[in-house]
Design a protein around this ligand. Structure first.
Ligand code: Q9C
Ligand code: ZN
Length: 351
């Protein structure tokens, strides 16, 4: 399997994030991608390619132009105001406040376009997120071509980012950009399977009323786990999208048996949908050693996930890197999934 590597990721390097009223060392750091690249190369998974620039238009198919404009200029505005280090929001337009008017003040626009204070907006955030989307589109080109599958090694992750907000370490929703671009090439049915520990609230919201992109996720129960305000089992889609969204929230601490049982329930629904392309939001923060998550997967389970996805038999599959914060382990965990997938493909071929 070929990898598209976003080599601009390292410019997005937060030192700290807010957690329980304190600044703690950031979890979403460049070393994450460095370890994955090393593991991909050591495993000889396949060629590692640089992204091809597809421009801004595919990002605008998903994100509001005003939000993209804001993101591109935000760090410079923060510095012009005397902000030091990374930028953080401090005020949000909740319920009875108006979110339909874009205020002038930078602090208020930071709040309008974000969902939490745990996502440092760094000097290199825009550049890294832009090239992450380009890497995603380049990976999609491979998956839609003769390769039929690809892995996109990028950070920051994407699945918490909405059409017009950042959060959960995410700025541009890569899975949504890929799904929309795939639809634009003429594919009729695209599925997104999100196996990150956290519910992909951004991806779900973007496709919630659509029947052409099925969003399926298994994740820590939002009653206790981030992003808290979305990801419940009763969210099944709306309007024409009713029945094309599926959530399997699991209690923190759930067993691997419970996790794989939930995966089977989702794959059953996706099998009936018969997607022409399967996009996997591949977070490996489901790892037992992850510092901010509470599932228990380990190497054998990651390999089994890869094999199961190969057996699913989607005509084309695109793996996108999302979370995973046990920095030194995530490379081996990701490679276990991807090698499991390759092994599964070979088994299917020899049958
Ligand atoms: N100090 C992804 O995995 N809050 N995002 C964690 C820990 C946010 C995770 C707090 C977690 C977001 C893509
Ligand atoms: Zn996550």
């Amino acid at each position: 399997m070929k990898t598209v590597y976003n080599q601009h990721h390292a410019g997005h390097a937060a030192t700290h994030e807010f957690f329980r009223g304190r600044l703690v060392p950031a979890f979403e750091i460049p070393a994450r991608a460095d370890y994955v690249l090393k593991a991909v190369q050591e495993a000889a998974l396949g060629e590692v390619l640089a992204p091809v620039d597809h421009g801004l238009a595919p990002l605008e198919r998903v994100h509001a132009p005003a939000y993209l404009r804001f993101l591109r200029g935000a760090y410079a505005e923060w510095r012009a105001l005397g902000g030091e280090g990374d930028a953080f929001p401090a005020v949000w337009p909740v319920r009875s406040l108006r979110a339909d008017v874009e205020p002038q003040s930078f602090a208020s626009r930071m709040g309008l376009y974000s969902m939490d204070s745990g996502t440092p907006l760094t000097a290199g955030a825009w550049e890294a997120a832009y090239w992450g989307a380009q890497a995603t589109l380049s990976g999609l080109d491979l998956a839609l071509g003769d390769e039929r599958r690809a892995y996109v090694l990028t950070r920051p992750p994407g699945h918490h980012a909405g059409a017009d907000f950042f959060g959960g370490y995410c700025f541009i929703n890569n899975a949504a950009v890929a799904a929309e671009a795939a639809r634009d090439t003429g594919l009729q049915r695209v599925a997104i399977l999100d196996v990150d520990y956290h519910h992909g609230n951004g991806t779900q919201a973007i496709f919630y009323e659509r029947a052409d992109v099925f969003y399926a996720s298994l994740h820590g129960d939002p009653q206790t786990e981030y992003p808290f305000f979305l990801g419940h089992a009763d969210e099944r889609g709306a309007g024409p999208g009713l029945g094309f969204n599926a959530n399997e929230p699991l209690p923190a601490g759930s067993s691997n048996e419970a996790w794989f049982a939930a995966l089977e329930r989702l794959l059953g629904q996706l099998q009936a949908f018969a997607p022409e392309l399967l996009i996997v939001s591949l977070g490996v923060d489901t790892y037992g050693g992850d510092p901010i998550s509470h599932f228990k997967l380990d190497r054998p389970e990651f390999a089994a996930l890869g094999e199961r996805l190969a057996a699913f038999g989607a005509p084309r599959t695109l793996f996108l890197q999302e979370g995973g914060y046990a920095t030194e382990a995530i490379g081996l965990n990701v490679v276990a999934v991807l090698q499991g997938f390759e092994r599964g493909l070979e088994q299917a071929r020899s049958r």
